[in-house]
Design a protein around this ligand. Structure first.
Ligand code: PEP
Length: 253
């Protein structure tokens, strides 16, 4: 069985003081959780602060993005070795906000995936369609292409370190969630693509998260679907209580 993962993407939110309050609250609410991988992805400038606060807790540290380069004249960028250095174990790559507003492409996502894996950081690779693309009926082909291109040349040996996050753009930050059926349909298509790429044994270990307005009141139903292995949470990760409730989901059987 795949171990569930619940990841909180704080995006460009919190001050240092708010980050501290949030992470202290979260750590106390999830201190006894042993069966879920719990991640927070604060802004770069608070990674070190948060790392110190999650010591001795089940919470792990993720970055929201990374450079494909190791070091050098790349003003404003943050590299994989730097993220390792401050205690990150995961990195979100290709979030739709990066694709939409910072011109990320499947090719740049792929470079970052390789850079992360080479550094020993586990990538969480985001894919998803716009509302227009969904209406055109191209969701499965588009998401399949994003997965294939984003993971090009990733070896089967590295594949189980990779997590995919399916995040339909129309559900991110909108309060509209994909129904469990809509999400499961795409997750199962993604798993099929991963099976083609890496084989049946490995795909059984690969996690596919759902993201898009996940909240305490919809997580249980989402997590009851066989191919939904966790959640990437934006807005609801900014409150310790709501994120902790999502971590403590109860799949409906
Ligand atoms: C996200 O940005 O990854 C996300 C899923 O945001 P929200 O939960 O706020 O929709």
């Amino acid at each position: 069985m795949r171990r569930p993962m619940i990841a909180g993407n704080w995006k460009m939110n919190t001050t240092a003081a708010e980050a501290e309050t949030l992470v202290r609250g979260l750590c106390s609410l999830v201190a006894d959780v042993t069966d879920v991988d719990i991640l927070v992805a604060p802004p770069f400038v608070y990674l070190q602060l948060v790392k110190a606060l999650i010591a001795d807790s089940p919470v792990a540290l993720a970055a929201q993005d990374m450079s494909p380069e190791k070091s050098g004249p790349w003003t404003g960028e943050v590299s994989g070795p730097m993220l390792k250095d401050v205690g990150c174990t995961y990195v979100i790559i290709g979030h739709s906000e990066r694709r939409q507003f910072f011109f990320e492409t499947d090719e740049s996502v792929n470079k970052k995936v390789h850079a992360a894996l080479n550094e020993g950081l586990a990538p969480i690779v985001c894919v998803g369609e716009t509302l227009e693309e969904r209406k055109k009926g191209v969701t499965l082909s588009l998401v399949g292409r994003q997965v294939k291109n984003g993971l090009a040349e990733v070896t089967a040996g590295h594949a189980s370190e990779v997590t995919i996050a399916y995040e339909p753009l129309w559900a991110i930050g909108t309060g509209v969630t994909a129904s469990p059926e809509e999400a499961e349909e795409v997750h199962s298509a993604i798993r099929e693509v991963l099976r083609e790429l890496f084989g049946a044994d490995i795909v059984g270990n690969m996690r596919i998260l759902y993201g898009g307005s996940v909240k305490p009141d919809n997580v249980d139903e989402l997590m009851s679907r066989p191919n939904i292995d966790g959640a990437l949470v934006g807005g609801a990760s900014l409150t310790a209580e709501s994120f902790a409730r999502i971590v403590r989901f109860e799949a409906i059987s």
